[in-house]
Write a protein of this length. Structure first.
Length: 274
């Protein structure tokens, strides 16, 4: 999932938080900007399904909000694939509302995002300098403010994964997965962490869970093949490489993986010299 789509998902999940805080305009602006990104960006099938669920939930909460019903006389009905229509309705609504107030809401969202990014970069810098306890303290404080921000938890997990702090990475990625138990991306990332920890059996289970939602993702099969290479299960390496290539015939790295596996299988099948 691209950086822009991750930001869009965070904006959608922020709608409920703003409504609880009685911040109607930031909720509408956040949703409008998120849908704009979704309309512009190409999506894989599982990403379309994920965003459909998120949008349906956000719009249900918006339609049931007392403040929203006062400014919008109609119910925003959503069906998957109808994002452009919802985007247009939200645009019209924002144009009807007071211009200065809408601009102020946008500035508020930008300030919130900047403060969050500054804290993330501070925590990242501490992790890069191997000050892991201080880094975790920064991130845990940030998560007190953004308890429902699944993507923030996932990003923190990625920071610790890059720093090779696998136990810490696993902690935050699992928190994110609890929020979003249908995420292909999170199952995939957790499986990668477990592979690096050489917990191959459990890593395989997470990859299989990911495949329940992302059977058409060639990268997922390739990552699973990496697991089987570390595990020295060459027949499974060959199988997953073939599946990746079936979905993406020009996948050069998967072709290399397939050739590597075939050489290993051929070598293993040769009789040993007496």
């Amino acid at each position: 999932m691209s950086t822009e789509l991750i930001k869009a998902r965070t904006k959608i999940t922020s709608v409920n938080k703003y409504l609880k805080q009685k911040k109607l305009l930031p909720a509408i602006v956040s949703l409008h900007e998120a849908i704009g990104t979704i309309v512009r960006e190409p999506l894989l099938k599982h990403e379309k399904d994920e965003f459909s669920r998120f949008l349906g939930d956000a719009l249900e909460k918006l339609n049931n909000d007392e403040g929203f019903r006062k400014v919008c006389p109609i119910v925003l009905e959503y069906r998957p694939g109808d994002e452009k229509n919802i985007l247009s309705q939200l645009k019209d609504l924002l144009e009807e509302l007071q211009g200065d107030a809408v601009d102020e809401a946008r500035k508020m969202l930008e300030a919130i995002e900047k403060a969050k990014r500054d804290a993330i970069e501070k925590g990242r810098s501490l992790a890069e300098r191997k000050k892991f306890d201080k880094s975790k303290a920064v991130f845990d404080k940030l998560l007190l403010q953004y308890r429902e921000d699944t993507d923030l938890k996932a990003e923190i997990g990625e920071i610790f994964l890059k720093a090779e702090r696998y136990e810490d990475a696993l902690e935050y990625l699992k928190q994110a997965l609890e929020d979003f138990p249908e995420s292909v991306h999170l199952y995939n990332r957790i499986a990668i962490v477990l592979r690096k920890m050489e917990n191959f059996d459990l890593a395989e289970q997470y990859f299989k869970q990911a495949l329940q939602y992302g059977k058409k993702d060639p990268g997922l099969f390739f990552n699973m093949g990496r697991l089987y290479i570390d595990w020295k299960q060459w027949e499974k390496v060959e199988k997953t490489a073939r599946l990746a290539l079936k979905l993406k015939p020009d996948f050069a790295e998967a072709q290399k993986m397939l050739s590597f596996a075939q050489k290993r299988i051929a070598k293993a099948s040769k009789p040993h010299a007496v």
